[in-house]
Ligand binder design. Structure first.
Ligand code: SF4
Length: 249
């Protein structure tokens, strides 16, 4: 299937609000799929999750944290020993180096604890804006939206953003989502991206957003009903409907 172009126009404000309300109702208990017991474990798990599935990270971290349960222990680890444990997460040399250096900085500058401020988080090895946003929002319940590949794709397909960079998308989502829901919104989009709005082919036929999302029309147009009847039917837009904003009891 050819790559599906993103909508060229942003959804109207009320449509965006309705899309977000549907996502919130669909994923009311959305949380991170990474296993962690404290901010240190979450931080290390998020660093390991770059270009890797959360399931794979969850298979790796029990043995990592059994051997290195805190920043002090990990700061003193040998690179080769850590590499062996994190090998299956990909980019294992860089990841092993980053988590050891990250642990060293936690010990040297933060008493072995994970800081909650963005600037201090982003100064740690292996930590960029997305990782900082995940740690801030998940570990410390701060208002932050992390933009990963699922969030980027689903936000575009829904017309919530036209942003070219993750930072642009983050800014657009911050404008569309009430601040108190920022820390939940990326989980809605991630779960929807994994389960339904998949790359490269979204399952529009079973999507609760079909009817207000602009992408099924784009798919139908680019496929053409004749050339790919099955795929076009699956993506076919449903009649527009107004979604109730009432929460289920
Ligand atoms: S209708 Fe299709 S493109 Fe739009 S959110 Fe649902 S699965 Fe994604």
């Amino acid at each position: 299937m050819p790559k599906i172009p993103f909508p060229k126009k942003k959804a109207a404000k009320e449509v965006a609000a309705e899309e977000l309300a549907i996502l919130e109702r669909t994923y009311p208990r959305a949380v991170t799929a990474l296993d962690y017991r404290n901010p240190f474990e979450l931080l290390i798990a998020v660093i390991l999750s770059a270009q890797c599935t959360d399931a794979r990270v969850n298979m790796t971290t029990p043995s990592l944290f059994a051997k290195y349960p805190d920043a002090k222990k990990l700061a003193k680890a040998q690179q080769e020993d850590v590499e062996k444990i994190v090998k299956s997460c990909g980019f294992f040399r860089a990841k092993a180096r980053n988590i050891i250096n990250c642990a060293k900085a936690l010990v040297e500058h933060h008493g072995g604890e994970v800081p909650r401020e963005r600037e201090q988080l982003e100064a740690l090895a292996g930590v960029g804006r997305k990782t900082a946003n995940v740690v801030m929002s998940v570990a410390f319940e701060e208002a932050a939206i992390a933009v990963d590949t699922h969030v980027f794709r689903v936000a575009h397909r829904l017309g919530l953003t036209l942003g070219k960079t993750p930072r642009d998308v983050e800014n657009d989502l911050q404008a569309a989502v009430p601040r108190e829901k920022w820390r939940h919104a990326h989980h809605w989009l991630i779960l929807h991206g994994r389960a339904v709005c998949k790359a490269p082919v979204p399952l529009c036929g079973v999507c609760p957003l079909n009817g207000i999302c602009p992408t099924p029309k784009i798919i139908a147009k680019s496929l053409g009903a004749r050339s790919r009847p099955g795929a076009a039917a699956a993506a076919a837009p449903r009649p527009a409907r107004r979604a109730s904003t009432k929460k289920k009891a």
